[in-house]
Design a protein around this ligand. Structure first.
Ligand code: ARG
Length: 448
């Protein structure tokens, strides 16, 4: 029987299939967090006198047993279970009788699902931040190694000014580190305890929300019980909007790599084991991996919009439409992690073709620098510009010396990569702290 069935009419099977849909598949990843959330809730019920200490102990033992079953793949959700929350409660009732029926006192599946999703997102965000930092580290290394390798800098996809492999690669590292700020910001918003909001209107029990905040390791309590419910979808879309920035960066970098690794450019080479072939054209070595990264960046925009569209214009409070935000959230988190890992793999093995990259630098690239040289000698820049334009570019230039000569902050001769390394180290420190706090709290719940 469903948690909400009153024993008279049971749900039409076709409607059940439709309303449950793929949701139980996604709920399967929430079993752990649903049980941990239930332990925290039960402990709080004990503290306010709704459960006796012995009752809490039995419930906790059974919830820990479910976690173990789930680890072994033996707690499988099925359509008739409706969702993870119902499955867990029904299991407790089967094992513990009336005691199982007590655990839902003072809570709703509406705040339960929020607890599950926030803990789940928190963990996934930690893993994503870790992968992002690994990628940035690999990028900085590549930039450092190739800081003196010249390549043309383009504007309008025409050769513009001299650049370096180091400048190009480090630009993406710096951009990704900026994205990380957005990610931490959504991490913090997501780090608020929704438990105790019940169905969105609180409950006439002295629910101790500070206690569950502490037990579940949230950094603070999300105060207004109705806002907690309206936060569903909002937080998810915020997380995806941060992930989106990362995806866009990866997609653009992938595009550059596709171009610069093509035989016509040949500035870099993808390792052969990362390239796929053509079923018909024997000569082909294709950068499918990069094309899929770019394509997945487009998918991410779709996930983000799916969530935003579900919630915008929605009335206050819980509505079942919200269930549909689970899929794009989870898919988006998984996609980002996968892309970051694959990208780091590709970058780690990328070969820079110094010769072709330097040889591609045509003499015209140095025209602006030559004009600047004249300007430094006192000629007004506009006149220097004309002198060089009329010179038919008959001058010589040393591309490596050119890189070294641009010494101001952030330019080719002064990439200040140490700044990026400092930022990476700072983020790693913060991440280590967050991860260990989370792991400690989750473990403590099972040991309570
Ligand atoms: N599967 C549901 C969801 O993800 C769980 C909450 C159900 N709440 C309800 N009032 N029907 O939203």
């Amino acid at each position: 029987m469903k948690l909400w069935e009153k024993g008279k009419v049971s749900l039409d099977k076709r409607v059940e299939r439709f309303t449950v849909g793929k949701d139980i598949f996604f709920d399967q990843s929430l079993v752990l967090y649903d049980c941990l959330g239930s332990i925290a809730h039960a402990k709080m019920l004990q503290k306010i006198g709704v459960l006796k200490a012995a009752e809490f102990k039995k419930l906790k033992k059974e919830l820990v047993a479910i976690i173990e079953l789930d680890k072994k793949g033996k707690f499988k959700l099925e359509q008739h279970d409706e969702d993870v929350h119902s499955k867990v409660e029904n299991h407790l009732t089967k094992k513990l009788g009336d005691l199982g029926k007590k655990i839902h006192t003072g809570r709703s599946r509406n705040d339960q699902v929020l607890v599950d999703l926030r803990l789940y997102s928190k963990r996934q965000l930690q893993l994503i931040i870790e992968s992002l930092l690994d990628l940035c580290t690999t990028l900085v290394k590549l930039a450092q190694k190739n800081r003196l390798v010249p390549m043309p800098g383009y504007t309008h996809m025409r050769q513009a000014m001299p650049s370096s492999i180091g400048l190009w690669v480090a630009s993406f590292a710096e951009s990704l580190l900026d994205d990380l700020h957005l990610l931490w910001c959504t991490y913090e918003l997501n780090n608020q305890n929704p438990l105790g909001s019940a169905a969105g209107y609180g409950v006439a029990l002295p629910i101790d929300r500070n206690l569950t905040t502490k037990l579940l390791g949230f950094s603070k309590l999300q105060n207004n019980v109705l806002y907690v419910q309206s936060g569903r979808g909002k937080f998810e879309s915020l997380i995806l909007s941060a992930l989106l920035q990362i995806s866009v960066d990866l997609g653009r970098f992938a595009t550059d790599l596709i171009l610069f690794s093509s035989p016509e450019f040949n500035f870099v080479r993808l390792p052969e084991e990362f390239c796929t072939g053509s079923s018909m054209m024997p000569q082909k070595q294709n950068p499918d991996v990069l094309e899929l990264i770019r394509g997945k960046s487009a998918m991410m925009q779709g996930y983000f919009l799916q969530i935003l569209n579900v919630v915008s214009g929605m009335y206050s409070g819980y509505h079942r439409d919200l269930q549909l935000t689970k899929e794009p959230l989870m898919q988006g988190l998984a996609l980002e992690k996968e892309c970051l890992e694959i990208f780091a793999l590709v970058i780690g093995k990328l070969k820079v073709n110094k010769g072709p990259a330097a040889k591609a630098c045509r003499i015209e690239l140095f025209a602006t620098d030559k004009a600047i040289d004249l300007a430094r000698k006192g000629l007004p820049f506009r006149d220097a510009y004309r002198v060089i334009a009329e010179s038919k570019f008959e001058f010589v230039a040393d591309p490596v010396e050119n890189i070294k000569k641009k010494r101001h902050l952030g330019a080719t001769g002064n990439l200040a990569l140490y700044k990026l390394l400092d930022r990476i180290a700072e983020h790693r420190k913060k991440l280590r702290k967050e991860k260990s706090l989370f792991e400690r709290k989750m473990k403590a719940l099972a040991d309570l």
